[in-house]
Design a protein around this ligand. Structure first.
Ligand SMILES: [Zn+2]
Length: 1118
């Protein structure tokens, strides 16, 4: 035997098997002494050779022999415990490594024999312990566990518990472990519940908590928690546990544990159990579908089937979504390995005749530049669209009029502090200043309180402003207007125009903001034309007033340790102390008649991009917020943007967004929401800033109001200390960027360029479903002269096509696009070179309707537009249909774009990076046996990424990848690459959070960095021209040729996630990351039953493992 002990496994295996055979055959007939000796040797043998293979070889035969020996000995009428006990011990030991031991024992009749021995030997510690350990391992097979249960096994063991509460702790522990092992089947759990064992176990748990804090006691508590964990795996068990006060007990005991270091290990499993058992609470909504609906052309309003979209739900370009700790193997089956599909261009999705219509989107190709005067060519679509005129300013006024009619409440910026805060101009009385300040708020803020109160309030405090009070009083009597409906009489109209526009003028005059590329009045006139589904008629202040990035950088938020636990405790308290919870609805999109209360915050979201459906005060300073689902859908809540007012200063307000849907968030990794304060803005700091403390994101116990109870939601919680009392603030998921902002911005840009130099053309690509125009912009340099040579160069410039914001919640994409647009219109010499080298076709916002209506993922058709590129529907997905049409048109006239890039935002990763398309890398990564030798591929697909790596501090080269996945086959990147034939076709992703590399390391991203990324992307485009240096020096400015000889370089594995799997057990329960592959060690050690479970066994293993991990404790010890 000794020879096996030091051997390497490969040698040990055959030796030990042979030795074992001899040994085992001896067991059958040996006398007591030699049996004991053999068992001892067997023990040694088992201790050697740590590989599973050896164990596998040994175990099967060993258990069989041991079971036989045990059955023989136990049936012997002169029951000899001196041999039975060692045999039982050995069986327990071997049994831990043999998943089939239960079945084998059952077959040989060993199960009931053991149970019988246990019944007979309740007073004999050693024998009892040995039997319990064997019962525990036998229960690894569900049918065996049931057999034991049917034969009063649970009762027998339960009876043992109280007898040993102070002495013989190892027996108590063995009994609890055996009991837990038996609870692996539904039948046994039901038995335990019906016989009242659960309340007994709870009693014991409480007793142990109060009595003892020594290590042994802690182990017993852990073992009991394990029982509870098993019991609560089925609904009946969970209900029994809750109704017997289990949650209460765990809450109380874990509070005590927190105060005692030696008990801390009990806290996490207790928290986990409480979360698991908290009853599912339907969201307090009347329906899960969006509060808004939009009738689609040609079909009745219907809501998508929840299940049908579930699979696609997380499928941005966010491939690591559910695979935090995964390796690239996991992606294999999604990689496209069909070389035909990779190489062959599919047939066009439409007949050639339909392409001619797109020639009007390329006016540069037919323009003759006879007079290089472009002043008259400002146009949008076929109709001309003059830069904002008095007419439009008037529109603005009536726009705001509507605001004041529907906008009901204004409270309270009446304290003394408002005076000094606004007192920036001379020559006015304090009263005048105040009144103007307040008046302004009246227009631009919004809330849901009744008009009358507000009016009274204001007519009292605002007596110094007659025009204002007149206006408010009038507003009370006016018939509300629909967007297209009724008319004001002329007198009223004039009156309003006068007071509104003059007041806005005054404010703008007083608080001069010089926000680059932003003009508030232009914004208003753009917003007046924007069509929203709910008919928004109120502007949010930040969009109107504008934003400049705050000075300096904003670091990522530090995560407070155990913050999540603390928040969960607070949530558990809601369940325990229901009477402390207010549940006062303070805002509801579907209910305008909520009375105003000075005691709580006011919320509002009925403005462009706004998304807040309901706000509920739950405690004095805590609010639950429910986001609106995407229109015509019941899903996709993640983006938020709302107004909050009526606050006290320096009080921690806790906000819980309770219906988030993504399974993890950068909010767990240093990201903060953004906040904009009107008071701050009027004091000269018009900044969206990162704000919020105590931020965390975790799964909660809410479920859909009507939908599947199994669907899960996540809570984003954060705490804000508002700086000013009675301020009006805005909170958002990310820096908002509205459709109206884009329209205004394009107009500003258009005015900013010298038309003799920059060819800037804004056109309408098409109308959206809701009737908004989707702008397309052409930017290039005007030809130097109309000579043939210059015109020829002009007409032959390669095209670059850029698109963005197909996903409305990705406002970061719009800020990057803003950077791109501003740079391309700038006088920077590189921008000049780019204009001379290329024609840029830009569709900055592919999904205006989604953006306008505060949606997160889809368009009004309830589809992810970035999955529509294969066969876009001309009616339902017009922006995609026509963008693709334009690309087809360019291809048809042999002007296939050189580069295509679609701008996105990424919610799970840091930095900015590109996804591209490479046949070779895809085949390599898939492990496909298709040979890539002889496969020709443009090696330049990495050029832009390489350049960005050098010049863009936000860019992460290692996060890029170039794999073509089947699940992405209908995205812009893949379709434009495969179908249009653009070799350098990309998705550019930019983080919502911040950076983990380079000079921005540990900072959150701001609009400055987002815009910079847009600039840098443009600059990198010079790298696709052959002689970059020459281009920069502008020596060869007119003659650019394309470099196709860029060297390829080594492939990177780009799939590693940015984050460790968890900060502090972000997910506790089974709904999180599936365990890939089976962990043998785990299974062998734990002896997981493999069937007869109410819940799937895969799930269970993961679940149990996670549970166990939080314990740092092995449940079952041999
Ligand atoms: Zn996206």
């Amino acid at each position: 035997m000794a020879s096996t002990e030091q051997s390497r496994p490969s040698v040990a295996a055959p030796l030990s098997s042979i030795g074992l055979d001899v040994l085992l055959s001896a067991v059958q007939n040996a006398d007591v002494e030699s049996t004991l000796h053999i068992l001892h040797k067997l023990d040694d043998l088992l201790a050697t050779g740590s590989t599973h293979r050896i164990h596998g070889l040994i175990i099967k035969d060993t258990t069989e022999y041991l079971l036989n020996a045990f059955v023989n000995a136990a049936r012997d009428c002169s029951t000899n415990y001196s041999i039975l006990v060692p045999l039982l011990k050995m069986l327990a030991k071997v049994g831990h490594k043999d998943r089939q031991i239960g079945a084998r024992a059952e077959k040989l009749g060993a199960v009931l024999l053991t149970l019988n021995l246990l019944k007979l030997n309740g007073k004999h510690g050693r024998r009892t312990a040995a039997c319990l350990c064997v019962i525990q391992v036998f229960s690894s097979t569900a049918s065996t566990a049931n057999l034991i249960g049917e034969n009063q096994g649970l009762d027998v063991i339960y009876e043992l518990l109280p007898q040993y509460t102070t002495k013989h702790l190892h027996i108590l522990k063995a009994a609890i472990n055996a009991f837990a092992a038996l609870l692996c089947t539904k039948a046994n759990i039901c038995l335990a519940v019906s016989k009242g064992h659960i309340s007994g176990l709870l009693e014991i748990y409480e007793k142990w908590h109060s009595k003892d804090t020594h290590r042994a006691a802690i182990e017993i508590c852990h073992a009991l928690l394990h029982c509870f964990y098993k019991v609560t795996r089925i609904t009946a068990g969970s209900q029994a546990f809750v109704s017997l006060g289990g949650i209460n007990l765990l809450y109380q005991t874990s509070q005590k544990c927190l105060l005692n270091n030696s008990l801390k290990s009990l806290v996490e499993p207790s928290v986990q159990l409480m979360r698991k058992c908290l009853p599912r609470t339907p969201l307090p909504l009347t329906k899960d579908e969006s509060a808004y609906t939009f009738p689609l052309p040609g079909r009745p309003v219907c809501h998508v089937d929840v299940a049908s979209v579930e699979n696609n739900e997380e499928s941005d370009e966010e491939k690591t979504e559910n695979n935090q700790d995964t390796d690239d193997r996991d992606f294999d089956d999604d990689l496209e390995t069909d070389v035909y599909k990779l190489r062959k261009c599919p047939d066009p999705d439409r007949p050639k005749e339909l392409l001619a219509q797109y020639s009007h989107l390329c006016p540069e190709l037919s323009h003759d530049f006879q007079e290089l005067d472009f002043s008259s060519e400002v146009e949008e679509g076929s109709t001309s669209s003059p830069s904002p005129s008095d007419d439009e300013v008037r529109t603005l006024s009536s726009y705001l009029c509507r605001s004041c009619r529907t906008d009901k409440k204004n409270s309270s910026v009446t304290d003394d502090s408002s005076e000094k805060e606004t007192g920036q101009t001379e020559g006015q009385t304090a009263a005048q200043k105040k009144s103007k300040y307040l008046t302004f708020f009246f227009f631009l803020r919004s809330s849901a309180a009744p008009l009358f109160k507000v009016c009274n309030f204001h007519s009292h405090t605002l007596s110094a402003s007659p025009s204002f009070t007149t206006m408010v009083r009038k507003a009370k009597y006016e018939v509300p207007l629909s967007r297209n409906g009724g008319e004001l009489n002329d007198v009223e109209k004039e009156d309003k125009h006068f007071c509104h526009s003059s007041m806005i003028d005054m404010l703008l005059e007083r608080h001069k903001t010089s926000i680059p590329h932003h003009e508030p009045k232009l914004y208003c006139s753009a917003a007046a034309k924007t069509r929203s589904v709910p008919g928004f008629n109120i502007l949010s202040f930040p969009d109107f007033w504008g934003h400049v990035p705050p000075p300096g950088h904003e670091s990522m938020a530090q995560r407070k340790s155990s913050i999540q636990r603390q928040k969960i405790f607070e949530d558990v308290q809601r369940f325990i102390n229901t009477k402390d919870i207010m549940k006062k609805v303070v805002f509801d999109l579907e209910n305008d008649s909520i009375p105003y209360s000075s005691e709580c915050l006011m919320f509002y979201s009925k403005f462009e991009c706004g998304n807040l459906r309901k706000a509920i005060q739950v405690r004095r300073y805590e609010y639950d917020l429910i986001l609106n689902a995407d229109i015509n859908s019941s899903q996709h809540a993640q983006w938020f943007y709302f107004e909050v007012s009526n606050m006290e200063a320096d009080v921690p307000y806790r906000f819980n967004v309770i219906n988030c849907e993504k399974s993890n968030s950068q909010f767990n990794y240093g990201m903060q929401p953004v906040l904009y304060s009107v008071k701050e803005a009027l004091e000269g700091r018009p900044h969206w800033v990162r704000a919020g403390t105590e931020i965390c994101y975790f799964r909660n116990n809410f479920c859909p109001a009507r939908g599947s109870e199994r669907a899960t939601f996540y809570t984003l919680t954060f705490t804000i200390n508002f700086k000013h009392k009675e301020d009006v603030c805005y909170l958002a998921y990310h820096y908002p960027y509205t459709y109206s902002t884009l329209k205004a911005h394009l107009n500003v840009l258009q005015k900013s360029v010298d038309p003799a130099e920059v060819y800037f053309r804004q056109q309408k690509l098409c109308d959206t479903l809701a009737g908004n125009s989707c702008p397309i912009v052409t930017i290039t340099a005007c030809p130097v002269s109309t000579t043939w040579r210059d015109m020829n160069q002009f007409r032959n410039r390669p095209y670059i096509v850029l698109t963005g914001r197909v996903h409305p919640g990705e406002s970061n994409a719009s800020w990057v696009m803003k950077g791109t647009l501003e740079f391309l219109c700038s006088s920077d010499p590189v921008a000049q070179s780019l204009r001379e080298a290329f024609v840029f076709k830009i569709v900055p916002m592919l999904n205006p309707d989604g953006v306008i209506n505060g949606m997160n993922r889809c368009d009004l058709n309830c589809e992810d537009l970035n999955r529509q590129w294969c066969k876009p529907d001309p009616v339902l997905s017009p922006t995609i249909y026509h963008t693709k049409g334009l690309l087809y048109y360019l291809k048809s006239i042999r002007r296939t774009p050189l580069v295509f890039c679609d701008y996105h935002g990424h919610s799970r990763k840091k930095n900015a990076f590109l996804y591209g398309c490479s046949i070779k890398e895809t085949l390599w990564a898939s492990g496909s046996d298709v040979t890539t030798v002889g496969l020709k591929e443009d090696p330049g697909y990495r050029t832009i990424a390489k350049t960005l790596d050098r010049i863009a501090p936000a860019f992460s080269f290692n996060s890029c990848n170039y794999l073509v996945e089947k699940s992405r086959s209908a995205t812009a990147r893949v379709v434009v690459w495969r179908e249009i034939g653009v070799l350098r076709s990309y998705t550019m992703e930019t983080t919502y959070n911040g950076f983990n590399l380079g000079i921005y390391k540990d900072l959150q991203i701001g609009t400055k960095e987002l815009k910079e990324m847009g600039t840098k992307f443009c600059q990198s485009l010079l790298s696709v021209t052959k002689d970059t240096k020459a281009l920069y020096s502008r020596a060869l400015k007119n003659y650019v040729s394309i470099d196709c000889n860029m060297q390829d370089h080594k492939s990177h594995n780009c799939f590693e996630d940015d984050e460790p799997p968890c900060v502090e057990e972000i997910e506790y329960s089974k709904c999180c990351l599936p365990l890939k592959g089976i962990d043998l060690d785990f299974e062998v050690n734990i002896n997981i039953p493999s069937s007869d479970e109410e819940k799937g066994s895969d799930d269970e293993q993961t679940e149990l493992k996670q549970f166990q991990n939080t314990m740092g404790y092995k449940w079952i010890q041999a």
